[in-house]
Design a protein around this ligand. Structure first.
Ligand SMILES: [Zn+2]
Ligand SMILES: [Zn+2]
Ligand SMILES: [Zn+2]
Length: 145
C-alpha cells in the first residue's frame, strides 16, 4: 500500500511539473511522504478547476498528514458561444460567419454557420411542374408534364 501511494504521488508531481501548475496551496506535500498514512479521512483539494478546453485536476489529501493519496480528473467544459455580431449572413448555398464570445471563459472567436440549403417548393400549373426556392428564388428547369 505504501509503495502504491508513493507511486501515485510521483505521478501527481510529474503532472504538476509537466503542466506548469503553481500548486500554491499544496506546499504541505513536501512533508515526509514516506510515512505510512492510515488516517481515516481525506478531503478533495482542487489543483486546477475545469474550464473550457481545460482539464480539472483534484488531489485527494489526507486530513491529518496532508499526503496526496490520489489524483482525480474532471472533463473539460465545452465553450458556451453567444453571438455578438454577424460577419457574413449564411445563405442557401454559402456558409456564413458569426463573431462570438464564450460566456464561460470570455474567449472571442469567428464561428462558421453552415449554409441553410434551399427551401424548395413545387408548383404545378397548366401542365408545367416547377420547383423553386422560396428564400433565394433559385429555380430548377421547368418540366412539361
Ligand atoms: Zn494521513
Ligand atoms: Zn469558453
Ligand atoms: Zn435558396
Amino acid at each position: 500500500m505504501r509503495i502504491m501511494r508513493k507511486k501515485i504521488l510521483r505521478i501527481a508531481l510529474a503532472l504538476i511539473m509537466t503542466l506548469g501548475i503553481v500548486a500554491g496551496t499544496t506546499t504541505t506535500m513536501t512533508k515526509n511522504v514516506s510515512a505510512a498514512c492510515r488516517h481515516p479521512s481525506a478531503h478533495i483539494q482542487p489543483v486546477q478547476i475545469e474550464s473550457c478546453d481545460r482539464l480539472g485536476i483534484y488531489f485527494i489529501v489526507c486530513n491529518s498528514c496532508n499526503i496526496v493519496l490520489d489524483v482525480g480528473y474532471k472533463e473539460p467544459l465545452p465553450h458556451s458561444w453567444q453571438r455578438i455580431t454577424t460577419i457574413q449572413q449564411a445563405t442557401c448555398t454559402r456558409d456564413g460567419w458569426v463573431y462570438c464570445k464564450c460566456t464561460r471563459c470570455g474567449t472571442y472567436r469567428d464561428l462558421k454557420v453552415h449554409a441553410t440549403g434551399h427551401s424548395m417548393v413545387t408548383t404545378f400549373e397548366n401542365g408545367i411542374l416547377d420547383r423553386y426556392c422560396i428564400v433565394c428564388g433559385y429555380r430548377e428547369p421547368s418540366i412539361l408534364v
